[in-house]
Design a binder for this molecule. Structure first.
Ligand code: T5A
Length: 226
């Protein structure tokens, strides 16, 4: 893994690509939630969903990889501990495939229909996990840009936790969670770098505190967004 490959892009400055961007009638605010393993994404998204409903806003939640029948099958392959032989490039292609399926099958429609669409992980995960931590670099930047089909989150919440603290919250570790602590430390470095490069879009929240404290901070950010 060459060091020069560990670069994070996606700030909207990429070169033109050959996959046509999809024109959509976008009504929703598109929010993604990112973080290391056990950072509390699912808990925060559950809280956000209730909060939006209380505010009488229609909300749709997706997760990545998954949320479509094909995507959930891809998720099983990616997270199955038995798939030790899965190559890094196959892994990248599977994450991209699950995302493209979600975008084309459901996300575009949801962005046109709901007031808020929330996704548990999106392309930042690929940039950080495959691009930065696995060191695939430029090929990830380009393919992420191509296969996001022009869809970009309006706001991203990044739940920042130390890798050891997050991993300690996970009971049964999957194929990715089982990776070395060095890999997980690189993830955190990658996310913090990405947040620094995208200060308007990515909101960093301290996820080392109690869930209630995290929920309070998320609510403040949501109020600002709305
Ligand atoms: N991936 C994904 C890639 O490599 N590339 C990609 O492009 C994409 C899209 C997906 C995996 O795929 C990788 C990243 C991942 O490795 P996932 O989204 O991490 O999997 O799936 P989940 O299993 O849903 O997520 P996690 O297990 O990592 O957990 P969450 O959602 O971050 O955390 P949550 O809320 O389930 O909490 C876990 C436990 O910790 C407790 C909770 O109560 C729960 O028991 N907890 C806390 N306890 C105390 N204090 C806190 N602050 C707590 N926060 C959570």
């Amino acid at each position: 893994m060459a060091k020069k490959n560990r670069e994070l892009m996606i700030s909207g400055r990429g070169r033109a690509c050959s996959v046509p961007l999809i024109k959509i009638k976008k009504k929703a605010v598109f929010i993604t939630v990112e973080g290391l393993e056990g950072s509390g994404k699912s808990s925060v998204i559950e809280f956000m969903e209730k909060l939006f409903k209380q505010k009488k806003l229609s909300v749709k939640v997706f997760r990545e990889p998954g949320s479509t029948s094909v995507g959930e099958k891809i998720r099983q392959i990616l997270l199955d501990n038995k798939n030790k032989e899965l190559s890094v490039h196959t892994e990248l292609l599977l994450y991209l495939a699950a995302r493209t399926q979600l975008i084309e099958e459901k996300l575009i429609k949801a962005l046109a229909k709901y007031a808020v669409v929330v996704c548990d992980r999106f392309f930042d995960s690929t940039l950080v996990y495959q691009g930065f931590a696995l060191g695939l670099g430029e090929i990830v930047n380009k393919s992420v840009e191509m296969f996001s089909l022009g869809i970009k989150p309006d706001f991203t919440i990044y739940l920042d936790v130390a890798p050891k603290q997050g991993l300690a919250r996970i009971k049964n570790k999957d194929r990715i969670e089982e990776r070395s602590i060095v890999f997980h430390q690189r993830l955190r470095k990658g996310y913090l770098q990405l947040a620094k490069n995208n200060p308007k879009r990515i909101n960093v929240i301290n996820a080392t505190v109690s869930l209630d404290q995290i929920f309070d901070n998320v609510e403040k950010i949501i109020d600002e967004i709305l």
